[in-house]
Design a protein around this ligand. Structure first.
Ligand code: 6PG
Length: 471
């Protein structure tokens, strides 16, 4: 039997869809799943694509079924399962084979695994894949980190299976070791902020203006025709419009307001903090998910404090335009923060991350895909020395026009007692960032007062102390 070009371990939703995508593009793929029934069920359901699929009942059979040097994709849950699979594969594969972890790994694990395998093991690649089930099947966005020569060997497969934006494949080698998984983590951090800000605007429309889900759906659908055009806005309109067949009511009103999180958003916030880069819009989004999980505490607090009742009535066209612009401004800050975290990590780990390329491979396939990312790619390409989106000519113009709306929306929400944590974090970031003279002179004075930490002066070099009157 003709051997496979590539192997894949883990036939869960993402793995199965990725395998079908690979088979459909004309590559032969050997597949293995921990439970053998799943492997055979998968092959049986593959229809005509089964001709390109070799179902394997053991890891040894999988390894034997692939042409050396073998690329083997792992699509198993992040964490211990990845280490277990690597340990099981290590004795079976050759030095020249490549294990590709395509899950949502923590990039620190990817760095460790790569270092561990460097001595005696096979090659290793950490590959971020975004786009959910649909993306995996028909074209995800693929962010690769690891040795460039290993990437070049699998590039033809990635080029064939990735999403396309105006014909360009949304996949790229972004740098060595954990670069790919780091970029995927920040993608998810931005995804959290994007989703949270959309949810905050939904909250204003629902609780501030008293609109029904269906009416809010049509507002988002309209916005999706303009500069906010994106997958997340599009699906927001769709989910708000969907009816629960059991109750006949909008399904969104039947869903408990308690959000799950698997960790990548939190990792983004942690990495931003450890790099010393403000990513407050993302951090606020992560915190909002945690607060959402405290359902019973929130209900108790509502009983204790009450909530203001809204009397706003339906929003005017002008109010809607302000909400749209506020969302746009908030989004600019969140993306600026996410890209700044990547720029800092790039310096810290010596990755040389291509910010323009990252924006380009996010234009299609991934969850945050949007036309906005095309503008970001152009902004970074047009100003290669600039790492801060807020300082690029295009985005500074956008921000100049949009921030008064963000201000108005945040102020009115505060007055009305409507929570907008991510939007207000974005506004606070912008207002702090654009002020040349801040208030940290006072912080420095306090630090010097209680701890003799010293401060810089505005009128001369060096470290100085204040003549504090102390007992
Ligand atoms: C993607 C998604 C994907 C997934 C995350 C969401 O890019 O395809 O981000 O990775 O939906 O696991 O994670 P939470 O469960 O933390 O929301």
């Amino acid at each position: 039997m003709e051997k496979a070009d590539i192997g894949l371990i883990g036939l869960g939703t993402m793995g199965a869809n990725l395998a079908l995508n690979i088979a459909e593009k004309g590559f032969r793929i050997a597949v293995y799943n921990r439970t053998t029934e799943r492997t055979h069920e998968f092959a049986a359901e593959a229809g005509p694509l089964a001709a390109n699929i070799i179902p394997c009942d053991s890891l040894q059979a999988l390894v034997d079924a692939i042409k050396p040097p073998r690329p083997i994709i792992l699509m198993v849950p992040a964490g211990a399962p990845v280490d277990e699979q690597i340990a099981a594969l290590d004795p079976l594969v050759a030095r020249d084979d490549i294990i590709i972890d395509a899950g949502n790994a923590n990039f620190r694990d990817t760095r460790r695994r790569m270092a561990e395998l460097a001595e005696t093991g096979p090659r290793f690649i950490g590959m971020g894949v975004s786009g959910g089930e649909e993306g995996a099947r028909h074209g995800p966005s693929i962010m690769v980190g690891g040795p460039e020569d290993s990437y070049r060997r699998i590039e033809p497969v990635l080029e064939a299976i990735a999403a396309r934006y105006e014909g360009e494949a949304c996949q790229a080698w972004l740098g060595p070791d954990g670069a790919g998984h780091f970029v995927k983590t920040i993608h998810n951090g931005i995804e959290y902020a994007d989703m949270q800000m959309i949810a905050e605007i939904y909250g204003i429309l629902r609780d501030g203006y008293g609109l029904e889900a269906r009416d809010i759906a049509s507002i988002f659908a309209r916005w999706n025709e303009g500069r906010l055009n994106s997958y997340l806005i599009e699906i927001t309109a769709e989910v708000l419009d969907a009816i629960d067949p059991e109750t006949g009511k909008p399904i969104v009103d039947e869903i408990l307001d308690r959000a799950g999180q698997k960790g990548t958003g939190r990792w983004s916030a942690i990495e931003a903090q450890s790099l010393g880069v403000p990513a407050t819009a993302i951090e606020a989004a992560v915190a909002a998910r945690s607060l959402s999980a405290m359902k019973s505490e929130r209900e108790a607090a509502e009983k204790r404090y009450g909530i203001p009742t809204s009397s706003a009535g339906a929003p005017s066209e002008q109010a809607l335009a302000s909400l749209e612009a506020a969302l746009f401004a908030g989004k600019i800050v969140a993306y600026a923060q996410g890209f700044a975290v990547m720029a800092a990590a790039s310096r810290e780990f010596g990755w040389n991350l291509p910010l323009g390329t990252i924006a380009r491979i996010w234009r299609a396939g991934c969850i945050i895909r949007s036309q906005f990312l095309g503008a970001i790619a152009d902004a970074f390409d047009g100003a290669p020395e600039t790492e801060n989106l807020l300082m690029t000519p295009t985005f500074s113009q956008y921000m100049e026009a949009a921030h008064p709306h963000l201000r108005r929306v945040v102020a009115q929400s505060a007055e009305a007692g409507l929570p907008v944590p991510s939007l207000s974090a974005a506004l606070a970031h912008f207002d702090t960032f654009r002020r040349g003279r801040g208030t940290a002179n006072l912080i420095q004075a306090q630090r010097d007062f209680f701890g003799a930490h010293g401060f810089e002066r505005i009128d001369r070099e060096g470290s100085h102390h204040g003549a504090w009157k102390k007992d």
